[in-house]
Design a protein around this ligand. Sequence first.
Ligand SMILES: Cc1ncc(COP(=O)(O)O)c(C=O)c1O
Length: 375
Amino acid sequence: MTDLDWDVERSRARRNKRWSQYDRDVIDLTVAEMDLPVAAPILAAVQDDVRRQAFGYPLADELSDVPQAAGEWLAEEHGLTVAPDRVRLLPELMRGIIMSITHLTRADSPVVVPTPVYGRFFDAIRVAGREAVQVPMSMGERGYELDLDGIERALRAGAGSVLLCHPGNPTGRILDVGPLRALAALAARHGAKVISDEIHAPLRYQPGFIPYGALDANAITLISATKAWNFPGLRCGLIVFGDPADARVWAGLPRAAVGGMSPLGMTATVAAFREGRPWLREAVRFLDGNRKLVTDALADLDIGYVEPQASYLAWLDLRRFGLADPAAHLLRETGVATASGADHGSAGDGFVRLNFATPPDVLTDALDRIIARLL
Ligand SMILES: Cc1ncc(COP(=O)(O)O)c(C=O)c1O
């Protein structure tokens, strides 16, 4: 039994971004971080680093245990065999996306982005000096689906890569093997690179997740323990290259481009992948309870909502209210802060994203406020 006992006051006492952006009477459900304690083995490992004052520059990737621990995780959880020399460390996944687009896709080629998607993808593409081609997903019976025809049109028109979020932020969608295979076929036909951000993958509510890299030997995959084990401030992520040529190009990039990991983040990542399963199981069970709270609260209302298959984000379709800015309206009328759907691509207009990884009483208060005053 793992102890997940926690409350918002303790989250406030962390004095991080979460719970610091609004007045105390606002329920802030914007920042994608959980109101949960860090897993005991991770805390113990980081405390040991602190005791030893391990605050120097980090070990070289290949001397650290991180690629090995990540490889073990991918093999055991995803059935994916990845040689440690195809796994490289990053301070944050966004850097991996920027550098992959810059150095590992066709020069100057636009980037296809299935939307709605994590808004910082657009920032990353902009920083890489590329154009983003938004291809909105369609809503099928099981949730959002890739628009493969739209993606093919964009690739035929010159796009050189596809930036995938799998499972989806903000949708919580786990894509099925069929569309993923079709995407891999499109990428092969058009010589395009698929970059798959799989940071949310450990937080799944169902079996059947297929890592994109299992279907495309040229793919670039981004993974991290920071999201699922809740230590995003510790700065450590991983990039996995299917193509050895990509790994070689990456190895030649300067430290200023791809360095900056924190040794504490590296320690926490190894502890998460090797010792973090019991905590993760408990956390997913806790989140699943909140997921049901959201689904039940919204069940009789006339709004579009598809229960997420992974992670802790609820993506609410408020288009029928005709609000210019639903997140600003909710904040003003209900005191609940949500992320604006419009930040997730044009397909997000009229939506809001709500983080439900908060104590059930706080979540219930937020849902009651929204339902009473808006719906
Ligand atoms: C899909 C996705 N990728 C990346 C990140 C951020 O990762 P990092 O801080 O490692 O850049 C987030 C954070 O919410 C995310 O949802």
